[in-house]
Design a protein around this ligand. Structure first.
Ligand SMILES: [Zn+2]
Length: 240
């Protein structure tokens, strides 16, 4: 694999010619009082790096901002508009086409990026795959000891699941002294219409980080990376 961030252009160009480019797409978004704003970027970058190693691909520098309107009511959360997210992905797909890449894989770390990245994948001329952490929900359900913040939804924001993942990847960025538990009362129509989160939660935590562990994070990440690889290989094999 090639680390796009540190490679001189001839090496990156040689690897891109007929090769695969992998882009981590993150966010700059509140994650409670105990996780960093860049949590989603850090996780996407980790998964993308592992995937790039397995596929012998070019790992592109991460996008550190995303569409995070749901959390934009928390100061210091800096959200892009959906059109910007789509445009970034489309512009890179176009540039990668010029570099004669064979395929473009986006590892998406943020819920709000899903629709705008799907739009980009649909419009891009270069075959483009968006991975929204396949396998993660099932793996999280297997290790989860806490209740979900919103029954029926896989919403865990800075709770047991996300905190476990960060404890595995970047334990120094987790501050257990600042754990808070968040089980807010959601309006009855939550999940059925666009809704910002800050009116329900002062801390920004949805779930219970106190039950997080690096061991759980390891299991969740391993399953996510395995499933991402399986989907990515099927996608690449399917390109004519
Ligand atoms: Zn997150």
């Amino acid at each position: 694999m090639i680390h796009g961030e540190s490679a001189p252009w001839p090496q990156a160009a040689a690897a891109l010619d007929g090769g695969i480019a992998i882009l981590p797409f993150g966010a700059f978004e509140q994650h409670g009082h105990h996780l960093p704003l860049s949590t989603d970027t850090i996780v996407a970058e980790h998964v993308a790096r592992e995937l790039a190693a397995r596929l012998d691909a070019v790992l592109l520098p991460a996008i550190g901002y995303g569409e995070t309107w749901n959390n934009a009511g928390y100061p210091a959360t800096l959200s892009l508009s959906p059109a910007t997210v789509t445009a970034i992905a489309l512009d890179l797909a176009r540039a990668l086409t010029f570099s004669r890449a064979r395929a473009f894989i986006i590892v998406n770390g943020d819920w709000g990026n899903r629709a705008p990245l799907a739009e980009a994948a649909r419009r891009a001329e270069l075959p483009t795959l968006v991975l929204d952490y396949p396998g993660m929900d099932d793996a999280a359900a297997e290790v989860r000891d806490s209740a979900q913040a919103a029954p029926g939804l896989s919403l865990d924001h800075a709770g047991e699941i996300e905190t476990s993942i960060l404890l595995q990847i970047a334990p120094k960025l987790v501050d257990p002294d600042r754990y808070t538990t968040g089980y807010p009362d959601f309006p009855a129509d939550f999940g059925t219409r666009p809704m910002q989160l800050h009116p329900f939660s002062e801390s920004g935590v949805f779930g219970d980080p106190s039950l997080a562990s690096a061991t759980k994070g390891t299991a969740i990440l391993a399953a996510t990376i395995d499933e991402s690889e399986r989907v990515a290989r099927a996608f690449v094999d399917g390109i004519a």
